[in-house]
Design a protein around this ligand. Sequence first.
Ligand SMILES: [Zn+2]
Ligand SMILES: [Zn+2]
Length: 378
Amino acid sequence: MLKQIDELIRIRKYLHTNPELSGQEFRTAEYIYNNLKKTKANEVLKISNTGVVAVFESEKAGETTLFRADIDALPIQEENNFEYRSVIANVSHKCGHDGHTTILLGVAQNLSENPISRGKVILLFQPAEENGEGAKSALAHSFFKRLVVNQVFALHNLPGFPLKEIVIKEGVFTANVISLTVKLTGKTAHAAEPEMGQNPSVAIAKIILEANRHVNNKSIDPAFFVITAVHSHIGEEGYGVSAGLGEVHFTMRAWDKKLLSRKCKGFEKYINEVCSAEELEVAISWTQEFNSSSNSKKAIELISKVAERSNLSVSKLETPFKWGEDFGLFTHKYDGAMFGLGAGEETPALHTTDYDFPDEIILTGIEIFSQIIKEIHE
Ligand SMILES: [Zn+2]
Ligand SMILES: [Zn+2]
């Protein structure tokens, strides 16, 4: 294994240098595909445009386990000066998916050297995690329609946690998230006579205040709910014109999916009422939905068992993470879990301009996944 670490770091740095946005991971998928073709996978195939799947199968019947890595980067300009920095302007791996991909490629190498004795292991390199589209399109692919999966696993690196620490939580691990765009159409008028038009600014102000009224940002509370205004725009920068158009965008999150859907309905009703009172046309569209990752007791027990056996420290989270992860769609459908892998207390936060995936945790990720495989397939 140690012999391979240089090669794995080289892969991670290659991916870091050549990031691609959600849904556009064509070269990344090609690179992964070519890499997997060199392994002893029984089948390597491309799914959903930019996704890649490798199947390792034993002749003996047994369970099927799926491991997923996300492969997309973010629309963020990298602010690092190291040699392998992103060469693509305004695109970089700021969520460490370059590292997650490398870990799963390492698992593929391991599976080639140590074939499983029963069942089937599926490695899924999933595109478009960051916009919530990837898991949905992968699961809709005919490959998954003909597949019976017994359990699924994924990991996410976690800056702010000690290097190599395994972070687990039974039940909800990441939040349910959904975003919405509200577009208002009124009528412009001379700025001296706003009464002659329909200016959407008051409606937008009311909608933002209403949103804030519902915030319950206490993560310990099962009724946790956060709605955040992320963007707004009214009219043009012309001082003679009363605005006739406006829009406001929000993102919402909650631990409880039912509570979230109740909040969505209530908010939509409020927006329609305000717009009707202000005589504005309104178009509401919902986007970027993430199901919460829900971890089964069985999967969490297995992760902590193999982590302890590998002498890794394990910490149990009190409350879920507030971010969304589209792996939630997998744990909705199959038994399984997502766990965290400590990326170092000093490592910059995910999605910040100077973040970089720490190579020291590549082998830790491979070790945990490989030990899970041993437990189920040996
Ligand atoms: Zn991310
Ligand atoms: Zn991520």
